[in-house]
Ligand binder design. Structure first.
Ligand code: SAT
Ligand code: MN
Length: 609
């Protein structure tokens, strides 16, 4: 069967499709005027057919089956390589509900702008209808969305990152609340126009309408700008639904750990983009007797379960991980996950038809085609792969995926961890005194900028709960919501402990003090021994720290004084940090909860006492 014949079967909505979906697709098609409407069924044949189309269009290169079976390389337009936070909008009815940390636009005004941009935007292209479930289909915690897009790359990515296809569409009935997500690369084709491999538009809008649970994305085909199930739905829109319904949608990995005594724990950990969430989610413990298994690497939905405990699911079905820096030494599990059936974006191509990126192997290939399609040698002086280049792969392919990763009820969370990338100030690990203090630690995460979004790399920025770019409502209200979730959990008995970690502290010579990666299991050991009541801790101005000798560094080759430096509390710079926190809180127009500002006052008092 030819490609054209195969898709022809999907040119009308499958039997049983709910009228609300059909009417909406018709409305969007009337606005965007695609040549064809294709209803995606989520089958492997469909994905293969899309791959063929994209190979023909130059969007994808098929990798050598011998080294990387059934895998592809995509090269984006060099201008479309990361999330565009300056073009991301929360269009709540009231500006104050978006808060000072989001770009806001009045819904009516934004709708007028978008109507203008989307009118005829899909001319000469196909509109793909992509029904998807976040969370296992049928789970009480799962949510449904439908994305329409004119990008086959986005369809393919959604097929990996979500549960996608006809079964989801057929689960929608008149009572289903489903999220509407509209995406166009914004590059209509006139008759006779030849397409480019990666169509996109210099004008970009990633707009969210929290009240009507809608997403409109224009101009980009990259990652979080375009795979709307991910940051736009599972974080920005879901965080608003979660606020309204009493649960949490967070930028967190989920990890299962079993200690040498056989006790099982689950942790949820929030870190900003490109700060090692995927590495931690796929941790290989270096300490004997510990086992780590993966549940999720980026997003967690958490809520009080029927048993009164905090439970979490990974709403995604795949990993969209940062490639550079991923190698056997840093994340062997990821390397084993991406053996095949993987889409790589903006990495380098080897002469043998496999992929390579900085940090994949110690040995650097003598010749590559770089992420922009140019010849590359070690002398080129530029990275061969874009620093935000990615792999997209099904979570089920991860060798350490935990049995319960698709548990409809979610897993019980024993500890919550907040982290960032901090060269100074923040110790290797601190335990919060209580939930309120933990919320303060989350609210005051700062982190050095990475390549995951536009901006100056290395610059320190505030990133509360690692949700700064992803919270669909006022960040200060998010802190209040966390306080109320804690209160609700307390009313039924168990509240998870909260910790802060920093793998990235540097010494005077600018090098990292802590070896990180698998050795982070030592820090998790201390955290879980605390949770298990096996070890005491010592008070400090910042919270509870490991007592000398309690953190297991057996067999680690650390320089002298490294532990002192990792836990050093410099009063002067902490007072400066507290002053900067005060300024940051002041930007929220009095909306910061009293329990959070009280924590700041207590910190200052402790630092000076
Ligand atoms: O591009 S994504 O937003 O999907 C990844 C990230 O920045 O965390
Ligand atoms: Mn992320």
């Amino acid at each position: 069967m030819s490609i054209a014949e195969m898709t022809r079967t999907h040119f009308s909505a499958p039997d049983g499709t709910n009228q609300s979906v059909i009417a909406w697709v018709e409305e969007i098609a009337a606005l965007t005027q695609p040549d064809e409407v294709v209803w995606c069924n989520g089958s492997p044949e469909e994905a293969d057919e899309l791959a063929e189309l994209m190979i023909e269009a130059g969007t994808l290169t098929r990798l050598n089956d011998e080294y990387r079976p059934h895998s592809f390389l995509a090269r984006s337009d060099p201008s479309d390589v990361a999330r565009v936070e300056s073009r991301t909008f929360i269009c709540s009815v009231n500006e104050s509900d978006a808060g000072p940390s989001n770009n806001w636009a009045a819904p009516a005004e934004m709708r007028t702008t978008l109507d203008g941009l989307f009118e005829g935007a899909m001319r000469g292209r196909r509109l793909y209808v992509v029904p998807f479930s976040m969370g296992p289909l049928g789970s009480p915690l799962a949510k449904i969305g439908v994305q329409v897009t004119d990008s086959p790359y986005v369809v393919m990515s959604m097929g990996i990152m979500t549960r996608m296809g006809t079964a989801v569409l057929q689960s929608i009935d008149d009572s289903t609340e489903w999220v509407r997500a509209i995406h166009s690369v914004g590059a209509p084709l006139a008759a006779g126009d030849t397409d480019v491999p990666w169509p996109c538009n210099q004008t970009k809008y990633i707009s969210h309408f929290p009240e009507t649970r809608e997403i409109w994305s224009f101009g980009s085909a990259y990652g979080g700008n375009a795979i709307l199930a991910k940051k736009s739905f599972a974080l920005r829109i879901a965080s608003v639904i979660a606020r309204d319904e009493g649960w949490l949608a967070e930028h967190m990995l989920l990890l299962k750990l079993t200690n040498p005594r056989g006790r099982v724990f689950h942790i949820a950990a929030a870190f900003p983009s490109a700060c090692g969430k995927t590495n931690l989610a796929m941790l290989k413990p270096t300490i004997p007797g510990w086992k780590a298994e993966t549940i999720g690497d980026d997003i967690a939905w958490l809520g009080k379960g029927a048993d009164g405990r905090l439970r979490a699911i990974n709403p995604e079905a795949g990993f969209f991980g940062v490639a550079p820096g991923t190698g056997i030494a840093t994340n062997e599990t990821a390397m084993d996950t991406i053996w095949g059936n993987t889409v790589f974006t903006n990495v380098a191509l080897k002469d043998n038809g496999d992929v390579w990126w900085e940090g994949m192997t110690d040995e650097v290939p003598e010749h590559l085609i770089d992420w922009q399609g140019n010849d590359w040698t070690p002398e080129s002086g530029t990275p061969s792969s874009h620093p935000n280049s990615r792999f997209t792969v099904a979570a089920a392919q991860c060798p350490t995926i935990a049995d319960e990763w698709e548990s409809p009820q979610g897993v019980v969370i024993d500890a919550i961890i907040f982290g960032g990338r901090r060269a100074t100030n923040v110790p290797l690990v601190v335990e919060a005194r209580d939930w309120e203090h933990g919320v303060y630690l989350g609210a005051t995460i700062s982190s050095e900028r990475t390549a995951a979004a536009e901006g100056t790399i290395g610059e320190l920025r505030r990133d509360p709960f690692a949700m700064m770019p992803f919270c669909g409502y006022n960040m200060a209200d998010h802190w209040a919501h966390w306080l109320s979730v804690g209160q609700n959990l307390r009313s039924s008995g168990t509240v998870p402990r909260i910790f802060q970690v920093n793998w990235f502290r540097k010494g005077a010579d600018g090098s990292f003090l802590w070896p990180g990666f698998g050795e982070n299991s030592r820090v998790l050991e201390w955290i879980l021994e605390r949770v298990d009541g096996q070890v005491a801790a010592q008070e400090s101005a910042l919270g509870l720290l490991p007592r000398e000798g309690d953190l297991n560094i057996d067999g680690l080759d650390l320089d002298e004084n490294v532990m002192e430096q990792l836990f050093a509390i410099d009063t002067e710079s902490w007072l400066a940090e507290a002053a900067s926190t005060e300024e940051f809180f002041a930007t929220f127009d009095g909306r910061v909860p009293a329990a959070v500002t009280r924590q700041l006052e207590q910190l200052k008092a402790r630092l000076t006492s």
